[in-house]
Design a binder for this molecule. Structure first.
Ligand code: DP6
Length: 399
């Protein structure tokens, strides 16, 4: 039977950010509802550079839940999508039964159509599941009229997604309850807290797709005793120190902890059996470059962190961005011209002294980095008020 396209759907569009962890989440104690073995802390990146946009429509005439991702219809029966849909509907029902007049009772029984796109290429290998699930949960909540704490639902889509539910500096408290009710994200400081902090995403040219986070961390939990030690004895202290470094805007302390935590995460990957390698020769060259640069100036001006792939995320202060970007251009001569190499926030010109180039003493590695995204900390998910931005037409189908 053809679907009845005459009923006007209720449509909501929202956007959500990507986040980058400075204290890494790696390992679950519950695979089904996604409970981590340690707390983690991240910086939410600005949506002007990296975001997911999601439109959700509900209508009496829809016959089934459906989802389109980056222009292609995907399988809605995916367990993590189902968890998010089920939990939002459960929460909406509960709120309605508790007498919350904001909940849209009519749409509760309706099916949903979901359409989602990223403003960055999926091929860049940037973690898009965090922004994707955060945006899905935020949009579903809006369409059903549910407000309040939603990170516990986003967490069940993808662990790191719970941290994308807030802007600025965000911690995911691991919690200890078996039902996960206390495993939630919380803002540590807002995005306005540290305006000088800048973030550069160095998009590396990856040769092959690395092991996914979900299966990688599963093997690590099973086989790495270093991971167990990290979760039990290292991360608790680092969470306190990191929160303090951010509160005081102490860049040197923030940078050192960020680099050490990234290194320890990759050490647990190497301690996994069989081992997992996310860093490649380009990543290693970036690590050397950062340490040599800091050493040259005798202070920590730049920090790196790497997730489950070879892209580097660099933290620095605004005043050091031009010189560091030119260093990257010098040591990783790009294929493209300057305008294509740097995307996002504008970077002023800087010249590199011979003394600095000599001091670094590395061999340039042509084409190791495809491009740089220049960004900063940014806000959490938002509703898009302009109806022309909806990704679904008034019949509830993709544009
Ligand atoms: C290395 O959140 O992608 O980026 O919960 O299985 O979906 P699942 O994993 P995911 O893992 C992210 C791991 C990380 C570190 C981090 O973001 O904290």
């Amino acid at each position: 039977m053809p679907e009845d396209r005459t009923e006007q759907p209720h449509i909501v569009t929202c956007t959500a950010p990507v986040n980058i962890a400075v204290i890494k989440y790696w390992g679950k104690r519950n695979e089904d509802i996604i409970l981590p073995i340690n707390s983690s802390l991240s910086v939410t990146l600005h949506q002007d550079q990296l975001k997911t946009t999601t439109t959700v429509a509900t209508s009496r005439s829809f016959q089934e839940d459906r989802i389109w991702l980056n222009g292609k219809e995907e399988d809605i029966t995916h367990p993590r999508l189902q968890s998010c849909l089920r939990e939002i509907r459960r929460l909406a029902r509960k709120r309605r039964n508790d007498g919350d007049s904001g909940v849209d009772s009519a749409s509760l029984s309706h099916k949903v159509h979901i359409c989602s796109v990223n403003n960055f290429p999926t091929a860049a290998g940037l973690a898009s599941s965090a922004a994707g699930f955060a945006c899905l949960v935020y949009s579903l909540a809006r369409v059903f009229g549910v407000e309040g704490e939603l990170s516990g639902i986003a967490r069940q889509g993808s662990g790191s997604a719970c941290r994308s539910m807030y802007g600025g500096f965000v911690q995911w408290i691991m919690g200890n309850k078996e039902d996960g009710k206390d495993s939630l994200a919380q803002q540590v400081e807002p995005e306005t807290h540290w305006p000088e902090l800048r973030i550069l995403v160095l998009v590396a040219s990856a040769e092959r797709k690395p092991v996914g986070s979900t299966s990688g961390m599963q093997t690590s939990v099973k086989t790495s005793c270093l991971l167990k030690h990290r979760a039990e004895s290292v991360v608790p202290g680092r969470m306190v120190e990191m929160t303090e470094a951010i509160r005081k805007k102490d860049f040197a302390a923030f940078a050192e902890l960020t680099m050490k935590d990234s290194n320890q995460f990759h050490a647990t990957c190497l301690d996994t059996y069989p081992p997992i390698f996310y860093l490649n020769h380009v990543s290693q060259q970036i690590i050397s470059l950062v340490h040599r640069y800091n050493k040259h100036y005798g202070e920590t001006r730049v920090a790196y962190t790497f997730d489950a792939g070879p892209n580097a995320v660099i933290f620095t202060l605004q005043q050091h961005v031009p010189e560091f970007v030119h260093m990257v251009q010098f040591f990783f001569p790009p294929e493209t011209n300057e305008a294509d190499f740097i995307k996002g926030l504008p970077v002023n010109c800087a010249s590199l002294s011979e003394e600095l180039k000599q001091g670094i003493g590395l061999e340039p590695m042509p084409k190791g980095i495809n491009y740089i995204i220049s960004t900063k900390a940014g806000p959490g998910p938002r509703v898009v008020e302009d109806p022309t931005q909806h990704l679904l037409l008034s019949d509830g189908f993709p544009k």
